[in-house]
Design a protein around this ligand. Sequence first.
Ligand code: MN
Ligand code: MN
Length: 328
Amino acid sequence: MPDGGQPARRQRYRPIDAMQAPRFTGIGTFMRLPNVTAMAGVDAAFIGIPFDTAVSYRIGGRFGPAAIREASRLLRPYNVEQGIEIFEHVSAVDAGDLSVIPGNVQASYGVMEEGLRSILDAGVVPLAMGGDHSITLGELRAIFKRHGPVGLIDFDSHTDTWDNYWGERYTHGTWCRRAIEEGLIDTARSVQLGIRGSLYGPEDRGGARALGLHLIPTETLLERGVDDVLPEVVERAGRGPVFVSFDIDFVDPGFAPGTGTPEVGGPTSRDALRLVRGLRGLDLVGFDLVEVQPQYDHGEVTSLLAGTLLHEFLTLVALDRRDRRKRG
Ligand code: MN
Ligand code: MN
């Protein structure tokens, strides 16, 4: 049995060495990291939150974490663009899935708060795999208890600030409004990128702005370009704790067809990767990647992109740990 556990030399968790056991072997965890739930000696933990019954259209995100794990077998430990050997600086594990309750969003929020608490209390950065976007509210409630209100960097083609769907107040299209109402997000340090698509009326976008959110719609983003937009995002997020949420429908459905509410005319996967890589130097306290629905995917294109984005998130954690150690 190939050992993906702790090498004695560094006492760090890292993926199974692909030169010892080929990447298509073994049981699927994120990047073939060890499946560990005790948080001692851990810096970053991937965790599946396969809750998907708070959606307004297609369903199937419950199978997102499994698909992302399978696609992530391909990912390698050195990040070329960021110039860092990730696992030299970060000890990472796959903590498995939370046992959410299908059809019961309130009870599932309790499961999420409890599940994330043990990760956060250990000073570990959670990297969650959804699930539909409603899970972000459960994560933010847990994050709030540890860090207080956070700046939110939200990649999404939707603002998710509707008040309710059919009277339901806790859905993947309302979580952001609820998070602001609950005081979980510092809107002055928050930004939503990639907003596009048809709406119910002009008040939809206005409503998000009235809540204090800063919107960078897809048209603006693509017109100005990644390099022009990035400094604005980083400056706005500022010095306090920041949570990054990535709804895969941010990316054009040509690059990410496996999702629930696709909006055409979006950024490419390359744009998305470059934007995430630019989030260096922030106090990043948590990440999620949501809305992957493998049933609508083709050739793993969506789940591979999702896995690669999570790989970039982990790289940001590694860069942060490296820089902190340098500073002493
Ligand atoms: Mn969303
Ligand atoms: Mn969306």
